[in-house]
Design a protein around this ligand. Sequence first.
Ligand code: NAP
Length: 314
Amino acid sequence: MSGDQAVPIRLGIVGIGKIARDQHLPAIAASPEFTLVAAASRHATLEGVPNFDSVEDMLTAGPPLDAVSICTPPGGRDRIALAAIMAGKHVMIEKPPGATVAEVLALQHAAKARGVTLFASWHSREAAGVDAARSCLANRTISGATIEWCEDIRVWHPGQDWILDSGGFGVFDPGINALSIATAILPDDLIVESGTIMVPANRASPISARIVMRLGRDAPVMLHLDFLKTGEQIWTMEIVTDSGTVRLTEGGKRLFLNDVEQLLREEAGEYPRLYAQFATLVRTQRSDVDLRPLQLVADVFLVTHRGQAPAFAF
Ligand code: NAP
């Protein structure tokens, strides 16, 4: 891979599912930085590029490539990423970056040793209001915050049984998006203190959660996650400060200060911004892996009570 800006990065994509089709493929197609040269998925295929059943086949029998973007669910993703890293490819991974904290640390070490870029992407951090919210909060004293991420699993994750399986994160699959924003905009460390996660009788991962966190020394941060929310969907974060309230809605797209909506710069969109970042990281030979949201989810699983919810079927 040369550092020549004019040469597009040759990319292979792994895991052709909902997010690959909805977001990755359009963002890659629109980017002058990348050219898609191959795809690997166990069942799905893409038109216009050679398809392979596994990342290993793509790496050994496919066309030359510089980078791999991995869009599979978190369980087992580290083996895919490791295969690409050991083959000397730059790697971008979907959120959550792995099923465990330790496996992502191992990937970080492997990428460093191999001299390739590892980009653990957090798409929600690219939402239009996030940077502005961070600037707003930088010099304020925060007395508390409420985060509500309530969506309908049947609408947003239709038939995705893996999400409620062990290692699928359950409602923390969207919930970790909220935590990725919170860790990016709040000017102090978040600590998980207590809470309850509710797991359907026939599943392994939570379908709802109420979590109490602490920001810094004593500001309470309440997190409410619900995967069974029908009707209006809620992805909202409200932060109370010494000079008013900062509210992000629609997953970080809209920002309100004391109930007044702020005019935000026209943004390229979350995934185009992610791919632009990946290209910059590759070209400047850097990695970007922030484990804090994953660590918080792991801590939730360590300190909360587990209750049983009714059995769930799609
Ligand atoms: P998905 O629709 O289930 O697609 C994932 C694809 O990965 C599957 O179609 C499957 O294709 C492949 N795969 C490989 N190993 C798999 C395994 N063990 N179990 C299931 N599928 C496997 O899931 P998705 O919604 O695209 O989510 C993938 C990742 O993107 C997740 O980490 C999720 O958090 C993230 N994400 C999702 C959304 C969203 O709105 N859905 C938004 C942002 C981020 P083959 O059968 O062909 O291998």
